[in-house]
Write a protein that binds this ligand. Structure first.
Ligand SMILES: O=C(O)CCC(=O)C(=O)O
Ligand SMILES: [Fe+2]
Length: 418
């Protein structure tokens, strides 16, 4: 294991925190939100520049410290809110994670200052604990047992990289494929990954965050119910997809209930979080919707099971609107749906040149690194494709996107890299 300081600059950390705030969604574990590199590609490809530069700096620092070449298998920005923790575990503890060889967690903000708790501990060896300092990286074998103590206040941000030595599991080719629009199959996660112990189904939360709901037998589903989970083709009546602003408010309640006071809505005040939505997205609807409130059933959209519905919606939205639908991130959404076309700033091109996405080392297939021009073309193409898809998807646009109630954390850097 190694603790390396100063890998990322304060400014890089600040920008990554902002990217995480913009794009992260529920789905990893309770009270934790995360944005994978694919979420960044999907929602706002220009923000990839920050992520790729940081990812490369961390990879190089870890390769040097561990004295071996590494391939990135997973890149994620993670926001840990009060109530979150991970008990003793190692990072390759699932049959489908056996390719994972090393882990590197980069801290983006400070324990004791930006958040309380959240100490990282190793079960054996030295150092046995690591405190978060912006720019600090802790790297360790994926087999090393460690934990993160509960976060008790504030929000803890990390950039988590997992490394593999198996070229087939390297993430880079998939990132490039996404950027250039090549079809990319998404391996399904085991259903258990989507369920919280209280029965809350994170897929339904994601749907709700996007302003959609699944309706079955006239009522909105909140938790997974085995009868609809199975996805057997004989399911009658079928699940229906509804546009459901009231469910969105339910999600806010769930988020508040699980995250305590950490949920930071518009203006930063948890109690006012729902206000702009109430004003614009169905002020008269009671908090607990029933099936009759699923006002706009999207015509013809019915499914045999939750996973099928979620995947279909995801595909329908071309994987693109999906991750940018959390409440605090309407800046990005507006940017994507309604805002001016962002310009790709010239200075970043020079900067990009050093940021190869693709590795060519011993085991990996030899590929030339992506050039700034190639990435620029890919980004432009993906933005154009996005604009077209969004235009075609107006019918599915969640109502609350019309709210125009944009907000921005004052500590945010400007929307575009400079
Ligand atoms: O955030 C950290 O310090 C470690 C996170 C971790 O152990 C994990 O995501 O598996
Ligand atoms: Fe871990």
């Amino acid at each position: 294991m190694a603790v390396i300081d100063g890998v990322l600059s304060q400014d890089q950390c600040r920008r990554l925190v902002w990217v995480a705030r913009c794009l992260s969604v529920v789905g990893y574990r309770a009270c934790v939100c995360s944005a994978t590199i694919f979420d960044v590609v999907a929602a706002c490809p220009e923000l990839l520049l920050d992520v790729v530069a940081a990812r490369q700096a961390v990879r190089e620092a870890v390769e040097k410290a561990l004295d071996r070449p590494l391939l990135v298998e997973f890149t994620g920005l993670v926001s840990w809110r009060p109530g979150s923790e991970i008990k003793w575990h190692h990072d390759a503890n699932r049959p489908y994670l056996q390719q994972r060889a090393f882990s590197a967690v980069s801290y983006l903000n400070s324990s004791g200052h930006d958040f309380q708790g959240g100490t990282f501990r190793f079960q054996t060896g030295q150092p046995n604990q690591v405190h978060a300092v912006p720019g600090r990286v802790v790297a360790y074998s994926a087999q090393a047992v460690h934990c993160v103590e509960p976060i008790t206040a504030g929000e803890r941000f990390t950039l988590t990289l997992w490394f593999t030595e198996a070229p087939a599991h390297c993430e880079d080719a998939k990132v490039l494929a996404r950027l250039t629009g090549s079809p990319q199959s998404q391996p399904g996660l085991p259903v258990s990954m989507w369920r919280l112990p209280d029965g809350t189904d994170l897929r339904l939360c994601r749907l709700a965050m996007a302003g959609f709901a699944l309706v079955w037998q006239g009522r909105v589903l909140h938790g997974t119910e085995d009868c609809v989970e199975q996805g057997y083709s004989g399911l009658v009546p079928k699940l229906k997809l509804a546009v459901q602003p009231a469910v969105f408010r339910l999600w806010l309640c769930w988020q508040r209930a699980t995250a305590g006071s950490s949920y930071c809505g518009p203006g930063g005040d948890p109690d006012t979080a729902a206000a702009p939505l109430t004003a614009t997205a169905g002020a008269h609807e009671p908090l607990e919707p029933d099936g009759s409130l699923a006002a706009e059933i999207v015509k013809g959209a019915h499914f045999d099971g939750i996973q099928q519905a979620v995947l279909a919606l995801q595909q329908l939205m071309q994987d693109r609107c999906w991750p940018c639908c959390s409440t605090r991130e309407r800046v990005c959404e507006a940017h994507l749906f309604e805002g001016p076309t962002p310009q790709f700033p010239a200075p970043t091109c020079t900067w990009l040149r050093s940021c190869e996405l693709r590795r060519h080392n011993s085991g990996a297939p030899a590929q030339p690194p992506i050039t700034a021009d190639e990435l620029r073309v890919a980004v432009t193409a993906s933005q154009a494709a996005l604009a077209k898809k969004c235009a075609a998807l107006q019918v599915l646009k969640p109502r609350w996107l019309d709210a125009g109630a944009l907000f921005c954390d004052e500590s945010c850097p400007s929307m575009l890299p400079v």
